[in-house]
Design a protein around this ligand. Structure first.
Ligand code: SF4
Length: 259
């Protein structure tokens, strides 16, 4: 995130709290030597005077200077969406991860004739503010598009009809997040247009994943449409349909549509 910088006037490395997403990588990624900071600075000064430098290994913090903050909302949301090793069940926010269509054979999240989208913000290593995510969700909501209800960003909306996110978190910055929506095949062109237009005016990286159900193992609808619209794509995750359906609602639906 570029959050760690050297303050030239104080000659100290500091963390820019606004840029930091509380991912904990600096804290976990460095070995620590717990030397006395006053002593380290004195040695450095003496070394400078004698014209040599005290340079520890770049992945070693000589003084154990990194500490994780005890966080509260709204700043805690940064950690929830950025630190892969932290869980905060007490917040009522269901983590940052999402199932997407990885279990579509048993969940039928995206059915025949439908298209599922994951609109991902902030990766790799750029980060995103909720205000930028809201810019996208508002435009999508205006088009009458509905959001996947089991997605963490949907969970943070105060109104899914407007795409408005909670005001207390709106300026918080996180490592990445995914907005999930579903439409009919007819709306693909419009949705991709919106993502492209909004993506150009927000201050982050946007990537789109798009999924559909294949008939007889082939995608005969979505892929030809993307070709026609001139989008580059590559087939990423293929769900083989070998899952055992345990969800009773899905099971009933599957029985009803079975030939
Ligand atoms: S917690 Fe993450 S974003 Fe913040 S300073 Fe450390 S590595 Fe950078």
């Amino acid at each position: 995130m570029g959050a760690i910088y050297v303050d030239q006037t104080r000659n100290r490395a500091l963390i820019n709290d606004d840029a930091c997403v509380e991912c904990g990588t600096c804290y976990r990624g460095m070995s620590t030597e717990h030397l006395n900071p006053v002593m380290v600075r004195a040695v450095r000064k003496a070394a400078k005077f004698l014209r040599f430098r005290f340079e520890p290994e770049p992945d070693v913090c000589p003084t154990g200077a990194f500490e994780m903050n005890e966080l509260e909302m709204p700043r805690l949301i940064r950690q929830i969406f950025s630190d892969p090793v932290v869980e905060h069940k007490s917040t009522g926010i269901k983590g940052r991860g999402t199932e997407e269509v990885k279990t579509n054979d048993v969940s039928l999240r995206v059915n025949s004739g439908e298209v599922g989208y994951t609109i991902e913000f902030g990766r790799p290593g750029v980060g995103v503010r909720f205000s930028d995510i809201q810019e996208m969700t508002r435009v999508l909501a205006k088009e009458g598009i509905t959001f996947e209800k089991n997605n963490p960003i949907t969970h943070l909306m105060i109104d899914t009809r407007t795409g408005d996110l909670r005001t207390d978190i709106i300026n918080e910055k996180i490592l990445s997040a995914i907005v999930e929506i579903k439409t009919t095949i007819k709306e693909v062109e419009r949705v991709l247009e919106i993502v492209e237009q909004v993506g150009e005016r927000i201050d982050t990286v946007t990537a789109v994943g798009i999924s559909t159900r294949c008939e007889d193992g082939e995608d005969k609808v979505l892929a030809p449409l993307l070709d026609k619209l001139g989008y580059y794509y590559s087939r990423a995750k293929t769900n083989m349909g070998l899952g055992r359906i345990t969800n009773q609602i899905v099971l009933k639906h599957a029985e009803a549509v079975a030939p």
